[in-house]
Design a protein. Structure first.
Lengths: 69, 195
């Protein structure tokens, strides 16, 4: 079953799996519900860093912010 | 049933564009003031068509990415999500012919070749999309100095309601064709019709 639960507020800090570890990211866009999943766009690292990774994933794959972040 | 992306294009996006048409129709009279107002509305309409078509392409890409990731073994999901959606061209630039091609190529899919095979109107619509984006950039940057190549592309066109309707119609056709060919491609990989 997919998850259509609401997106965290834009700008929220969350944890995402990237590069083999859990890292901190910001939710920058609620993309809507596709194929039964609510999809958000996350930005890794500093929001001012225009070259930082930015990608989409379902809200049910977001994790708590890692302790080290 | 179409993709969610096509549903949004045909509902929310279409409603927004129709609102601009209604505003255009409500500007009455034949004065010079009216002419200026309608020119501004024509420019706004054109920019909005380009913006909403970009949104459609982006939504279709996100939807396809979600379906492809779901069809892969779970361990592949994190790397596929990044490979498919990290810093796409459609997230930051116009839905130009090249940007659309590059973003859908992340799925190992040649969307324009598939669209041309699916509809004999695609080549003309592709040219209309090029015209739309060229005018869109000129208006957005207020730079109407065109290269020789751009002049040839735009020859005979202008920022009028008649032309804006033609570009919208082409985007409608492309949206329908993209919905179909991306759906076919996903069905072959995921082994079920995604929409």
């Amino acid at each position: 079953m997919g998850s259509e639960r609401t997106s965290p507020a834009l700008g929220s800090k969350v944890g995402v799996h990237y590069g083999g570890r859990l890292v901190a990211a910001f939710v920058v866009e609620d993309r809507g519900v596709f194929a039964g999943h609510r999809i958000v766009r996350v930005h890794l690292g500093d929001l001012d860093d225009l070259e930082a990774p930015e990608f989409e994933l379902p809200v049910d794959e977001l994790e708590p912010v890692p302790a080290a972040a | 049933m179409p993709s969610q992306a096509l549903k949004t294009w045909r509902s929310t996006s279409s409603d927004r564009l129709d609102e601009l048409l209604a505003a255009h129709a409500s500007v009455g009279g034949t004065s010079r003031g009216r002419r200026y107002a309608t020119e501004q509305l024509n420019a706004s309409f054109l920019i909005q068509i380009a913006a909403h078509f970009q949104l459609f392409c982006r939504d279709l890409h996100s939807e396809a990415a979600q379906i492809l990731v779901a069809a892969a073994p779970p361990a592949y999901a994190p790397m596929l999500r990044v490979a498919f959606t990290n810093r796409r061209g459609l997230d930051r630039g116009n839905a130009s012919v090249d940007v659309i091609a590059a973003d859908f190529a992340r799925f190992d899919f040649d969307i324009w070749t598939a669209a041309r095979a699916a509809s004999g109107s695609t080549a003309t619509r592709q040219m209309r999309l090029d015209q739309l984006n060229t005018w869109r950039n000129a208006i957005a940057h207020q730079d109407f100095v065109f290269s020789a190549q751009q002049q040839a592309l735009l020859s005979g066109t202008s920022v009028t309601l008649r032309w804006a309707r033609a570009w919208r119609s082409s985007c409608n056709g492309l949206a329908q064709t993209f919905d179909r060919v991306v759906g076919d491609y996903l069905a072959a990989i995921a082994r079920h019709r995604p929409w």
